[in-house]
Design a protein around this ligand. Structure first.
Ligand code: 5AD
Ligand code: SF4
Length: 458
């Protein structure tokens, strides 16, 4: 009988990608995907540690799953904890959660078949080393069936880890030092994806624009050059990348936004704060003016570029004036979308030790004001598309019959009445109405004759 694995994913897009690779790795041990935890023989929780209560969430999820273990003693369910909580907590998870059978850190997924076979009869392995070998060299290629099951868009991790050490962030500790996959490996994986029907690839990395992978010419390639090579893959229609650091937006990457039509006009470029004093204490290694200058340069290269960012409010020592500086930066840039968070002290990070922590009520009030502004900007951005024609990549059926849902070049969700045959394809639509979470549109012309226009301009 085949065994089945259910992976529950928390956190960022890299974890979404990793969960797929966990399934790939376990395929070597005879596992296929289970649709839900109830029908699984193995449940893996792929966890996130970036903000507060992450570990607590994992323990309560384990509490909820425990009953499945007791259900059928002939077919015991195994529970594994993977991801960044696994990396950060290690052995502690086994102590606190007797239901957990193994713990595996993000760098060790290629070892899962060995870990799973070493589990049982009282053995509960913990593998959170940073191994000398590269996990990507040892993970099996993703099969066509799994790629197809995910549809027309896919993530592809090209870079992992971070050497920047922002003082609030756990990533350098949970994901380790910065590492870039070789160009040839990235291109081979991209070709596999495209051959299986993927039309849009999002390159992932904690610091994706610090990418510096070994090129076929023996030199290190930056992200700009990698994008150029990817865009040459026939059949691939769209490329995105996330998450970037302002310091690593180099000339060739900015030129890629100007020169490569397949690179979508959307950039997630976290700034965190608009105050130089806070940026310095965060060890961001850039100022407000540096960020604004980069934004200007990218917008000159690609005038219809939409920007997104991450913000932290209530960082230790943040004054009212510092917070106002964040608000004016947001006014100045104008974001299409953004994520904002209250600062949350993370164990082991320098800022957690600071004595001038900000009261919760102040954090909440600042977050509310910032989010109101960001929401207004997002609504204004979306409203500006009413009546416009844009190409949409249709990804799946919508809620109502006859409706498909897809994405615009600017990552907006778009709903349109369109035939099922368009799933996985690009088509031009006209935006009729702008809703709170999506644009409502109609096909610009009969589907079979819809010419594909180059990306619309703002
Ligand atoms: N507190 C609040 N937000 C954080 N982030 C990272 N660490 C923390 C923290 N300790 C946010 C940053 C980052 C995003 C992924 O999560 O804004 O860009
Ligand atoms: Fe964390 Fe800063 Fe590295 Fe981003 S750049 S992963 S925020 S340490």
């Amino acid at each position: 009988m085949t065994k089945r694995v259910f992976v529950k994913t928390y956190g960022c897009q890299m974890n979404v990608y990793d969960s797929g690779r966990i399934v790939d790795a376990l395929g070597e041990s005879g596992y296929t995907s289970a649709p839900d935890p109830e029908s699984a023989d193995l449940i893996v929780l792929n966890t996130c540690h970036i903000r507060e209560k992450a570990a607590e969430k994992v323990y309560s999820e384990i509490g909820r799953l425990k009953h499945l273990k007791a259900r059928d003693t002939d077919r015991p369910v195994m529970i594994g904890v993977a991801g960044c909580v696994a990396q950060a907590e290690g052995e502690e998870i086994l102590r606190r959660a007797p239901a957990v059978d193994f713990v595996v850190g993000p760098q060790n997924y290629h070892r899962l078949p060995a870990i799973v076979s070493a589990t049982g009869n009282g053995r509960r392995p913990v593998d959170t080393d940073f191994p000398a070998e590269d996990k990507f060299d040892h993970l099996p290629r993703t099969g066509v069936r799994r790629i197809r099951s995910q549809g027309a868009t896919a993530f592809l991790t090209v870079q992992e880890g971070c050497d920047k050490f922002c003082t609030f962030c756990v990533v350098p500790y949970t994901r380790g030092a910065e590492f870039s996959r070789p160009v040839a490996a990235v291109l081979a994986e991209a070709r596999d994806l495209v051959d299986a029907g993927v039309r849009e690839i999002t390159l992932l990395g904690q610091n994706v624009n610090a990418y510096h992978g070994a090129g076929p010419d023996g030199r290190d390639w930056g992200l700009g050059r990698l994008l150029e090579a990817l865009c040459a893959i026939e059949g691939l229609a769209r490329v995105r990348y996330t998450t970037s650091h302002p310091r690593d937006m180099d000339d060739s990457l900015i030129a890629a936004h100007r020169d490569l039509d397949k690179v979508m006009p959307y950039l997630h470029l976290p700034v965190q704060s608009g105050s130089d004093r806070v940026l310095d204490r965060m060890n961001r290694r850039h100022t407000r003016d540096f960020y604004l200058a980069i934004v200007d340069r990218i917008r000159s290269a690609r005038p219809d570029l939409a920007l997104s960012s991450d913000f932290i409010v209530g960082f230790p020592g943040e004054t009212d004036a510092d917070f106002e500086a964040t608000m004016t930066l947001v006014e100045e840039v104008g974001y299409a979308q953004a994520y904002s968070f209250k600062y949350s002290p993370r164990p082991g990070t320098p800022a957690a030790e600071d004595s001038d922590q900000i009261p919760e009520a102040v954090k909440s009030e600042r977050l509310q004001r910032l989010q109101d502004l960001l929401n207004r900007q997002q609504a204004a951005f979306n409203t500006s598309f009413a009546g416009r024609t844009m190409p949409v990549l249709f990804e799946r059926s919508g809620r109502n019959p006859g409706q498909l849902v897809g994405r615009s070049p600017w990552l907006q969700a778009v709903q349109a009445d369109a035939p099922q045959s368009l799933i996985g394809d690009l088509a031009n639509v006209v935006v009729d109405r702008v809703g709170g979470n999506s644009l409502f549109a109609r096909l610009a012309e009969p589907a079979s004759e819809t010419p594909f226009v180059a990306e619309a301009t703002a």
